[in-house]
Each structure stands twice: as structure tokens, then as C-alpha cells.
Write a protein that binds this ligand. Structure first.
Ligand SMILES: NC(=O)c1ccc[n+]([C@@H]2O[C@H](COP(=O)([O-])OP(=O)(O)OC[C@H]3O[C@@H](n4cnc5c(N)ncnc54)[C@H](OP(=O)(O)O)[C@@H]3O)[C@@H](O)[C@H]2O)c1
Length: 271
């Protein structure tokens, strides 16, 4: 019986595979997996002894109807070249490298391809995975991929051209939000008597509560601002400072990240 194959067990691979297993969307015996440094799979096998560990990438390809490539962006094409003569007919490749276009991969593999941009927040079953499929992917195949990623959060189907911007909003955003909070905490620590730990804890709880308020009370960002800031009050002064500073800053951020995305996409296309 064909298995569901996974190649690459790093930051994203381990998070997604563990999420899939703990959500029950696949069972242990459905899965065959390998990664470059096989020793890194020991802890997975201790928790899930019936997951099959393959000695190499080609073995995964031979035994799998669907192959998830969770290797580094620069490795995806090489791995596909390595396994392409071992891939079973009608196999479906799923990969997570943002800047690598499906058209580019189709030069090596002319079958079913889906591209997914996961997010670190899937580790707590939150956030959105962005998904696109090429024209070879049937509705059933698409639904399978979407079911897998719905096991670890939400799924949004996008056009492939929307991945650069979308990844900024879903996949890079946890890092951006964390840096904003870190700078906020650093500034707060310099102003008073709270320890760094106290400031971090206060901000984390506030961040979590704000997200929950937005989600559960169906509020939008402006609702939150209006509810907190009274006219002529203290918060309003702070909002003015942020509004003036953040507008050009975020414009610059998107210029930078989307520009970099385009450069990486072009470089990968030329390889
Ligand atoms: N990190 C994020 O938040 C994020 C978000 C969205 C998308 N992505 C994308 O996800 C992909 C993986 O990122 P990551 O952060 O998980 O990277 P990572 O932590 O470096 O993991 C990559 C894994 O692939 C393995 N690998 C590399 N080359 C291989 C090969 N030829 N054969 C078999 N296994 C191989 C590595 O093995 P070793 O352990 O031996 O190095 C490692 O386990 C990248 O394309 C990245 O752009 C990442």
C-alpha cells in the first residue's frame, strides 16, 4: 500500500509532521519519512514507533503516492532530480519553499504539484497555511493537501502570484510581531521599575488578549483602538507617535521583503 512520504525534518518539517500526527489527520503507519541527518528522527520514532524511517530519499519516493518536501529551498530541485526516476506514477509532490515557483519545478517534474507556505504558529494549531495547486492536481488531491494543513491551523487557497505578499502576512509576521514587541519591551524597561521578565510577561498576556478580543468578539483593529483611546487621553498621544512612525516604516518593510522575494525567485528560476 502506498504511504504518505516526507523528506526533510528540520524546523518546519518536524513541526508539521508532529502536528499532523498529534491531530490524528494521518496515523503513524500511513507515514514514511527520511531526512539528511537520520539521527534527528530518533526522537520522532520514540514518540511514534510505527512511523517508517527510510534510509534515503529514493526509498520514500518508491513507496509514496504523495511526497512532502520539507527540505531547504536550495535543496528542493536537487531532491526532486534525485528521486524523479523513483517516483510512482500519478504521484503528488507538495513543497513549502516560498520563492520556488511551481513552473520552475515543472521543468523537473511534470505531474501534480502543490505549494504550501506554512507558519510557525501552526505549532499551536493557529495561523494560516497558504496553498496553491498546479493544473494537474485534481479536486481530491487538493482536498487531501488542504485536510493535512487544516489539521494544524487554517488553510487559505491563493494564486501563486500572491505568495510573496501572503507570506509576509502569515509566515513572516510572527517574527515581525515578535520584534515589534521586543522593541516595545526594551523601551518600557528603560523607563521604570519593572524587571525585563515582568515587562515580557505583561506584554505577552496583552498580545494574547488583544488577539483573542479581535477573534472572539469579532472586533477589527479600529474597534480596539477606539475602545482603548479616549479623545485627548494618554493613549491617543501614543497612537499619534506610532501612526507617524509606522506608516513609512511598513511601506519600507514591504518594499524590502517583496523586492527580496523577487530576487530569490529570479535566482532560482535561472538555476
Ligand atoms: N521557518 C519558517 O518559518 C518557514 C516558513 C515557511 C516556509 N519555510 C520554508 O520551509 C523550508 C524548510 O525550512 P526549515 O526552516 O524547516 O529549514 P531547516 O530547519 O534547515 O530544515 C531543513 C531540513 O531538510 C533536511 N535536508 C536538507 N537537504 C536535504 C536533502 N538533500 N535530503 C534530505 N533532507 C534534506 C535538513 O537536514 P539536516 O538536518 O541534515 O540539515 C533539515 O532537516 C524552506 O524552503 C523554507 O523557506 C520556512
Amino acid at each position: 500500500m502506498e504511504k504518505i512520504g516526507f523528506i526533510g525534518y528540520g524546523a518546519m518539517g518536524s513541526m508539521i509532521i508532529r502536528g499532523i500526527l498529534s491531530s490524528g489527520v494521518l496515523t503513524e503507519s500511513d507515514i514514511i519519512i527520511t531526512t539528511r541527518t537520520l539521527g534527528k528522527l530518533e526522537e520522532l520514532q520514540e514518540s511514534y514507533p510505527r512511523v517508517e524511517i527510510a534510509p534515503d530519499n529514493c526509498t520514500v519516493a518508491q513507496k509514496s503516492g504523495k511526497i512532502f518536501l520539507f527540505v531547504n529551498t536550495g535543496e528542493v530541485k536537487g531532491v526532486l532530480e534525485e528521486i524523479k526516476d523513483h517516483i510512482v506514477s500519478d504521484a503528488h509532490i507538495v513543497y513549502i519553499a516560498a520563492g520556488l515557483t511551481m513552473e520552475n519545478l515543472e521543468k523537473s517534474f511534470q505531474g501534480k504539484i502543490s505549494k504550501v507556505i506554512p507558519t510557525l504558529t501552526s505549532q499551536v494549531n493557529e495561523g494560516i497555511s497558504l496553498v496553491a495547486h498546479n493544473s494537474m492536481v485534481s479536486d481530491d488531491d487538493a482536498q487531501f493537501v488542504e485536510r493535512i494543513f487544516k489539521g494544524i491551523g487554517e488553510v487559505k487557497i491563493v494564486e501563486e502570484g500572491q505568495f510573496g505578499l501572503g507570506a509576509n502576512i502569515t509566515s513572516s509576521a510572527p517574527a515581525f510581531i515578535a520584534l515589534i514587541m521586543m522593541k516595545y519591551a526594551e523601551a518600557a524597561q528603560k523607563k521604570g521599575s519593572f524587571t525585563p521578565k515582568e515587562v515580557d510577561q505583561m506584554l505577552i498576556k496583552t498580545l494574547y488578549g488583544t488577539g483573542k478580543l479581535l477573534q472572539e468578539k469579532d472586533m477589527d483593529f479600529e474597534d480596539v483602538i477606539d475602545r482603548v483611546a479616549t479623545k485627548g487621553g494618554i493613549t491617543e498621544g501614543g497612537l499619534k507617535v506610532l501612526d507617524d512612525g509606522l506608516t513609512p516604516l511598513f511601506h519600507e518593510l514591504f518594499e524590502k521583503t517583496l523586492g527580496k522575494y523577487e530576487i530569490i525567485e529570479n535566482e532560482l528560476n535561472q538555476e
